[in-house]
Each structure stands twice: as C-alpha cells, then as structure tokens.
Design a protein around this ligand. Structure first.
Ligand SMILES: Cc1cc2nc3c(=O)[nH]c(=O)nc-3n(C[C@H](O)[C@H](O)[C@H](O)COP(=O)(O)OP(=O)(O)OC[C@H]3O[C@@H](n4cnc5c(N)ncnc54)[C@H](O)[C@@H]3O)c2cc1C
Length: 386
C-alpha cells in the first residue's frame, strides 16, 4: 500500500515506533483475556501522547486536533485499538473549554503528567438512549454538595480512569422551557465515588471494550465539581462531540488502512489454483474499492480537523467524517475477512478481532441514523424528525 508522507510524519514515525513494541500478539492476548492494555497505555502516557491536546501552560504539548487524530490513527493502523485511551483526548477538552481556572489548575497539570486519567464520560442512559434530553439521572444541590441518583449504561473505561465527566439533570424535564436546558456536567472523582454511592457493573460485550452500567445511589459530589454553569451541561457536552467524532473517524481510517494492507498482503501470498488469489480480479477489485473509500473518507477527516483547529464551525464535517470513515473501515473489514477465506475467522490473523472492533463505530458514539438526521435537518433544511 502506498505510504504517503505528510506534515505529521514525525508524529507518525514516533507513534509507530512505540506501537511496534506492542505487536498483534499483545493485543490478541488482551482481547482473549478481556483485559486492559495497561502496559501499552502506560507507554503512551509516558511518551506524552495522551497529553497532546493539553495546552503547554498546563504541561501538555498544545497540539491541535489534526495531530491528535494522527496519533489515534496510527494506533489503529498498527493493529492496536485506541478505544482504550481515546476518552483522554477529548474528555479533557470539556474541562479546558468549560472548566473554571481553579478546576483547570487542579486537574490539567496532573492529567498532562500522567498522574490522573480522565478516560470516562457518562451520558447514555437505558431509558433515554439517543434521546439524551430524556435522561433521568438527577443531581440535587444540598448543603454545598450535589446528591446524584439514577443509572447510566455503556460507560467505558471506568475501571481505568480516576475522573469521569457526568451529565445529570439539575432541573427536571417538566420544569424547563427547552428540553436541552436543565442538565449539568460534573467531575466525578471515581476513586472516591466507587463503593460510596456509585456501583459499577461491567457489561459483557462483543468487543474488548471495557464498558459498564453505573448505579448512583445518593452519590455526593462537592459543589465545586460542577463544570461551568448549572443547567448548561448539554451545550458543553455538544461542544466536545465534534472533536470526539473526528478522532473516532481517524481511528476508523487507521483500521481501514490496516484491513487493506492485510488483505493485499494475503492476496499476494495465498496461492490457490496455482496462482496468488490476488491475481483474480474478483479478489483484487474489492480491495482496490475498499482502499479508494478509505482514501476518500480520509479527506473529510482532515477537513473536519482543519476546521476545528482553525476554530471554525465543523459540526457537519465532523459528523460526515465519522460516517464516511466508519463505513469505509467496515467495508474494508468485510473485504479483508473475505480475502482471508476461512483463515479470516482464525484469531491468530487478527482480522476477526479488528472486524469486531471497527463495527462498533456505526453505533457508538453516535449511530449512523443520527448522523443522517443531523445532515438532513441542519445542512439540507429538511423538517425535524424528532
Ligand atoms: C461499546 C460501547 C461503548 C460505549 N461507551 C459509551 C461511553 O463511554 N459513554 C456514553 O455515554 N455512552 C457510551 N456508549 C453508548 C452509545 O453512545 C450508544 O449506544 C449510542 O449512542 C446509541 O444509543 P442506544 O444504544 O441507546 O441506541 P437507541 O437510542 O436505543 O437506538 C437504537 C437504534 O435505533 C436508531 N434510532 C433511534 N432513534 C431514531 C430516530 N429517531 N430515527 C432513526 N433511527 C433512530 C439508532 O440509530 C440505533 O441504530 C457506548 C456504547 C457501546 C456499544
């Protein structure tokens, strides 16, 4: 596969070097054990990669979203899975944009130094699903504290994070004028919360994506852990989603290149009917098709990142990049599996693992239909459907 060099080549080379220490067998074993890639994450933190977007004044590298997305891309392109760490890249953005000077001074230097992890964000609830404004988890102010009750679902990396960004209702839905009002975000110190008002129940799932149900039973959060203004939390969360979408798009691009690369390699090596299977156009065309789709999606990913870095509106591009990249990586996954025939199902080729991993991104963190709905309504002016 052509390895085009770009202006981020130094980052690419450095992340590739680090990832080489964690070959396929490492991630395969972690997947089999449903474990967490501790050593890999420690290496990334140690090299400062997860502090990429934290401004230099707080000890980070002060890089933009484009550079951060290259880091995520390279992890997935190497055969790993950035899902173990991507929360750290965008969750700190919520603090950076909406946190008070005191909160930034308290948390950001330690996050940049790798002493604190902010890997988790708790938004989704079983009863609300994609309709976030229907969340029922409540935070009630009482004697200098907020008391939280309710339930969340699919909340990732809770066991490997110190801090979690929580969205909860501070004013009941029935009492607000606009349904997007009355929600607030908080920093939850998981080290203090778990077992003292917060119960964490892992969810067995198709990918090795550490994700959980959370049960809040009178969890007390200090008042000073409210981020920004009370009642504006939904807006703050939305502001962070563009970065999340673009980073996930980059991970899908990394996956897509990995699938195309593995499919091409196998198609050249595997001989059936006295010739490499890749000599058959029925085998080579789908791989070429997958490559073209990944390349095209990559353009939208870079467009979204460039707009974000220029502080220009990028909601449409971030959503479209996520849609195109998730689709391209999934199609490439299918082609790669098909090219490998029966061996695509064998764990030792890693195709089935990456196949499962990349499938997630058509559902989370936002499902494909919701992107269509965004584009239809906000770009094409079609009537709201919900
Ligand atoms: C592995 C994993 C990790 C996750 N990690 C996190 C996390 O860390 N934090 C967090 O807060 N959440 C997390 N999520 C939750 C994820 O963001 C949601 O699963 C996702 O947003 C979809 O919500 P839902 O599952 O409730 O689907 P639902 O809202 O129940 O939707 C089900 C299906 O119906 C479609 N649908 C619903 N309404 C409409 C409509 N009006 N028009 C058209 N189609 C519609 C959806 O597109 C979807 O395909 C995670 C999920 C998974 C699987």
């Amino acid at each position: 596969m052509p390895d085009t060099r770009d202006e981020h080549q130094d980052i690419r080379d450095a992340v590739r070097d680090l990832c080489r220490q964690f070959p396929d067998a490492y991630f395969r074993k972690i997947d089999e054990q449903r474990g967490y890639p501790e050593a890999f994450v420690a290496a990334l933190i140690g090299a400062g990669w997860l502090a990429a977007m934290i401004p230099e004044e707080y000890g980070g590298s002060g890089l933009g979203l484009t550079a951060a997305s290259v880091i995520m891309e390279e992890i997935n392109r190497s055969g790993g899975n950035a899902a173990a760490v991507h929360g750290q890249m965008y969750n700190m953005g919520t603090l950076l944009r909406s946190g008070s000077p005191a909160q930034k001074a308290k948390y950001l230097p330690d996050i940049a130094a790798g002493k604190l992890r902010i890997q988790s964000m708790a938004v989704t609830e079983p009863g609300a699903g994609t309709d976030t404004t229907r969340i029922k988890t409540s935070a009630v102010r009482k004697d200098g504290r907020y008391v939280v009750n309710g339930q969340k679902v699919w909340i990732s990396r809770v066991q490997h994070s110190d801090l979690m960004v929580l969205l909860a209702r501070t004013t009941p839905l029935a009492e607000v004028q606009k349904k997007s009002e009355g929600m607030s975000i908080f920093i939850v110190d998981l080290r203090q919360a778990i077992g003292k008002g917060l119960r964490v129940q892992p969810i067995a799932n198709m990918v090795n994506h550490e994700t959980n149900e959370l049960f809040f039973d009178n969890l007390e959060i200090p008042e000073e852990n409210l981020i920004g203004e009370e009642g504006k939390g939904f807006k703050y969360i939305l502001e962070g989603l563009n970065a999340e979408r673009a980073l996930i798009a980059a991970e899908c691009i990394g996956d897509g290149y990995w699938f195309v690369d593995r499919a091409s390699r196998y198609a050249k090596d595997r001989v059936v009917f006295d010739r490499p299977i890749g000599q058959n156009q029925g085998v080579q065309f789908p791989i070429a098709d997958a490559f073209i789709e990944v390349e095209a999606a990559n353009l939208m990913r870079f467009k979204a990142c460039a707009l974000f870095d220029a502080q220009l509106p990028c909601g449409a591009e971030a959503n479209m990049a996520k849609y195109l990249a998730a689709k391209a990586s999934w199609e490439a996954a299918n082609v790669c599996l098909q090219t490998h025939g029966g061996f695509g199902f064998a764990s030792e080729y890693d195709v089935e693992r990456k196949f499962r991993e990349t499938r997630l991104y058509q559902v989370a963190p936002i499902s494909t239909n919701l992107i269509f709905s965004y584009v239809a309504e906000h770009l094409l002016g079609l009537p709201r459907s919900f």
